[in-house]
Design a protein around this ligand. Structure first.
Ligand code: X2X
Length: 336
């Protein structure tokens, strides 16, 4: 091979890269995967990337966590199976989707339960969150203490704007894989279809469903405004993401590394909550500029529609008096 300036430089570069890679491979005692269903620009991934960099640093390079955003390892249903088998070590998941494994984890997703964020965080950092985490642990998964924010959910549609609960009758809406979501939109008289988030953009663009519901931060970062025209600010439920570890993978880590991971993830959760709340408040303008039209319906009418359909009494029965009592105490009002 003729030595030129160009391939000499490439050679040097390759050696330097090789050396860096070598050091990294040997430095990390543990290399774990962290899966989630959100786009890289969502505050959850922004803060998660910061947290894993800090974990690598604080552990002296012993703990490497590689983040796989945007359902790269599979949709939520598949990734939950991977988490249980240990094929994926970490996963962030909505309490409602997690309820397919841990039924009472869904308690925080009851429609119109939380009036505001202050009540949400008091509940989720308090007795209600502790109750949910105990339920999760009983099924062999390890939840971090602080839940991350998804947000208050709003309904988007492509054909007609939603102004009243009557507009939801017969509405073909995508819901995430969870009995509580299915039940809620059945109570509205809609035609809900269960679709994992990984397939939502396609389902909307091909017209398989007419609408979906998600916080505005997701409508923005997942570019749902490209395939949805209207948005109704129903605030019909708050949703979050439990940060979950596979139990065997977690217990394989030395105590000090577990401590470093938990401390950093819980600290980043608080920053992510602030980011997401702010984004959900400010992004309406951006979505309007992208061509979406907004309606601000009377939320009380939607809540009343659920009540008169028997939604609350049915779910009080499903969750049982203990869980329901903790929820009512947290929100300071009788729900059923
Ligand atoms: O699937 C959804 O809609 C999402 C992204 O909000 C959840 O993870 C529940």
């Amino acid at each position: 091979m003729k030595i030129t300036r160009r391939n000499m430089m490439m050679g040097t570069g390759a050696i330097a890269l090789g050396a860096a890679f070598h050091t990294r491979v040997h430095a990390a005692d543990f290399t774990y995967k962290f899966a989630n269903n959100l786009q890289p620009a969502h505050p959850l991934n922004v803060r998660l990337n910061e947290a894993v960099a800090k974990i690598l640093e604080d552990s002296g390079g012993r703990m490497q966590i590689n983040v796989f955003p945007a359902s790269q390892l599979g949709n939520d249903t598949e990734t939950l199976s991977q988490l249980r088998s240990g094929a994926t070590e970490f996963f962030s998941l909505s309490p409602l989707i997690l309820s397919t494994l841990v039924p009472n984890a869904a308690i925080s997703g009851i429609g119109f339960a939380f009036p505001d964020y202050e009540t949400v965080w008091q509940a989720m950092d308090g007795e209600l969150g502790a109750y949910a985490r105990a339920q999760i642990e009983a099924k062999g998964l390890v939840p971090m203490e602080k839940i991350w924010d998804n947000g208050f959910r709003q309904i988007t549609s492509s054909s007609t704007p939603i102004n009243t609960p009557e507009d939801l009758k017969g509405f073909k809406i995508r819901v995430p894989p969870s009995p509580l979501w299915q039940s809620m939109f059945n109570a509205f008289g809609s035609a809900p279809t269960t679709i994992n988030f990984a397939e939502v953009y396609t389902a909307l663009s091909t017209g398989t469903v007419d609408g979906q519901e998600n916080p505005l931060a997701i409508a923005s970062t997942a570019k749902l405004y490209e395939v949805q025209k209207h948005c109704a600010m129903t605030n019909h439920m708050w949703d979050g993401f439990w940060f979950l570890a596979n139990q065997r993978a977690w217990e394989a880590l030395p105590e000090d590394i577990r401590e470093i991971i938990a401390t950093n993830l819980n600290a980043s959760a608080l920053e992510q909550r602030a980011d997401t709340e702010k984004l959900n408040e400010t992004v309406r303008e951006e979505l309007t500029a992208a061509g979406m039209t907004f309606t601000d319906p009377d939320n009380a009418a939607f809540r009343e529609a659920l009540r008169s359909a028997g939604f609350y009494s049915e779910w009080k029965g499903n969750f049982g008096d203990e869980a329901w009592g903790i929820l009512e105490k947290a929100v300071g009002t009788s729900l059923a």
